[in-house]
Design a binder for this molecule. Structure first.
Ligand SMILES: [Zn+2]
Ligand SMILES: [Zn+2]
Length: 267
């Protein structure tokens, strides 16, 4: 099965390689297409994202690459929209909706950068309650999905990146599941994301197996994305992730084309 990834970061945000280098790598890997999704501007932490003044250059460079590779290799121009960003959706072929920060009391807490920052957030913003932080995060994911209507729900349970969250606690599971049910009303496509595996944090993709099974039970669909920050990782652990998707009961994987999502039988 030929793979694709819609979740790719370049030197426009915190990726290591240019868009062209990523396209050439995807071609060399015999993938079927590539989509770019650099980080939208977040005022609370401009260190890793695009600045507002970068958007025109991002769009013009990627659109011209898309044109250049037309008929040779499909290129899509998307963005990873953070909860704390405003974007004009009409400028992009697609939008991945993600939550990377919790802002409380004027303090911006990154939730997927380091374990220490996550622990600080729990201590200072949620009185030491991991469950309260989880509730806040998952409510934000649902709210973001409702308000932004992304095309793809990004790394749904990235909060579990450092295995600091009580993933097997019934209360935690209920919080995450309630959010997922709400999200799927507004965006039926969830990404299976191998980014945490590429960085050595997780042995399985996001979302976890229980949540992925719930996506299927609720009639949601899945795309397989690497959340790559390096051209060599565009298809990181994709064969394993495909088995993971199959074991959650999915028989189809979705691929985004110019005409919208197309379901392809998993073989
Ligand atoms: Zn992200
Ligand atoms: Zn990303």
């Amino acid at each position: 099965m030929k793979f694709s990834t819609l979740h790719t970061h370049t030197t426009f945000s915190d990726g290591k390689h240019t868009a062209r280098e990523n396209i050439e790598s995807a071609i060399a890997k015999d993938m079927r297409s590539i989509g770019f999704s650099d980080h939208s501007f977040t005022a609370c932490d401009p260190s890793y994202c695009m600045l507002l003044e970068d958007y025109p250059r991002y769009l013009s460079e990627l659109r011209s690459l898309k044109e250049e590779y037309k008929g040779v290799f499909p290129v899509l121009v998307g963005i990873e929209k953070d909860y704390y960003s405003e974007i004009d959706k009409s400028e992009f072929d697609y939008v991945i909706g993600s939550v990377h920060y919790i802002v409380r009391g004027g303090v911006c807490y990154p939730i997927d950068h380091t374990l220490a920052q996550q622990q600080t957030c729990v201590r200072d913003a949620f009185g030491g309650s991991v469950l309260d932080m989880a509730r806040c995060y998952f409510e934000m994911v649902a709210e973001h999905t409702y308000l932004a209507r992304p095309d793809v729900i990004g790394h749904f349970d990235v909060l579990n990146k450092f295995s600091y969250m009580p993933e097997s606690d019934d209360r935690f599971i209920a919080i995450a599941e309630e959010s997922l049910r709400e999200c799927l009303k507004w965006c039926p496509v969830v990404e299976v994301n191998t980014g945490g595996m590429a960085r050595g944090w997780r042995s399985n993709p996001y979302p976890n197996m229980n949540l992925l099974k719930l996506v299927r039970e609720l009639g949601g669909r899945v795309v397989l994305n690497s959340d790559s920050h390096n051209k060599d990782n565009l298809d990181y652990a994709f064969p394993e992730a495909l088995e993971y998707i199959k074991s959650a009961g999915f028989e189809e994987l979705d691929f985004l084309t110019e005409g919208g999502f197309e379901a392809t039988k998993i073989i």
